[in-house]
Design a binder for this molecule. Structure first.
Ligand code: URA
Length: 215
């Protein structure tokens, strides 16, 4: 199913450990603590993949035996942009990989009737336009929240925008890729479709409620 989308811009993280963790995440009997831990672990796998093309530069290192030339990251600066509230669950995983990243926030809620996104909060680091921005949100359903977040970042002058979701619906992937010709999208699973309430099938339910133990 993933081959209907441009492979340069859309990546499904296809790894046995990701598939294994996802089956536990989807299970309705999985409790809050384990759910939260799995979201963090999956965010690490996904962040690893989303930063695969980061540029490197040479650096001389003296080992205990001799001097050698190694590689280090060539100063790419990162901002993590969680879409509140469920996106917060993925932040710690990405920070494990890039501890110096800044974190900006976009607060959105979905109108329960129209399913349209409404923004109630937006705060980015001052130098956001110079950073690679990783938007994180576990569920890509209609794409409304994610396209809005991408738009805020583009308006702020950000050139490199990547979106990381855990479970995506084809409708949302199409909406996001059509909305922005340059955004890159990563997900752990491409699910079947949305239901009439814009929930992903088979999905995992409401990610925010499952991360925070609310209902
Ligand atoms: N948001 C969720 O948390 N779950 C869905 O299935 C869709 C949107």
């Amino acid at each position: 199913m993933a081959d209907q989308f441009d492979p340069q811009r859309f990546t499904v993280i296809d790894h046995p450990l990701v598939r294994h963790k996802l089956h536990i995440l989807r299970d309705k009997s999985t409790g809050t603590k384990q759910f939260r831990e799995l979201v963090t672990e999956l965010a690490i796998f996904e962040g690893y993949e989303a930063m695969r093309d980061f540029p490197l530069e040479d650096v001389e290192v003296e080992t205990p035996l001799e001097t050698t030339t190694c590689k280090r990251l060539a100063g790419k600066k990162v901002a993590i942009i969680p879409i509140l509230r469920a996106g917060l669950g993925m932040v710690d995983g990405i920070l494990e990989l890039v501890p110096s990243a800044r974190v900006g926030h976009v607060g959105m809620y979905r109108d329960p009737v129209t399913h349209e996104p409404h923004q109630y909060y937006c705060k980015f680091p001052d130098d956001i336009e110079n950073r690679t921005c990783l938007i994180v949100d576990p569920m890509l359903a209609t794409g409304g929240s994610l396209t809005a977040a991408i738009q805020f970042l583009r308006e702020a002058g950000v050139k490199d925008v990547r979106a990381l979701t855990l479970v995506s619906a084809p409708e949302g992937v199409r909406a996001v890729l059509d909305f922005d010709p340059d955004v890159r999208l990563y997900t752990c699973a491409l699910d079947r479709c949305l239901n009439e309430h814009a929930y992903i099938l088979p999905g995992l339910g409401d990610a925010g409620d499952r991360i925070y133990g609310t209902k």
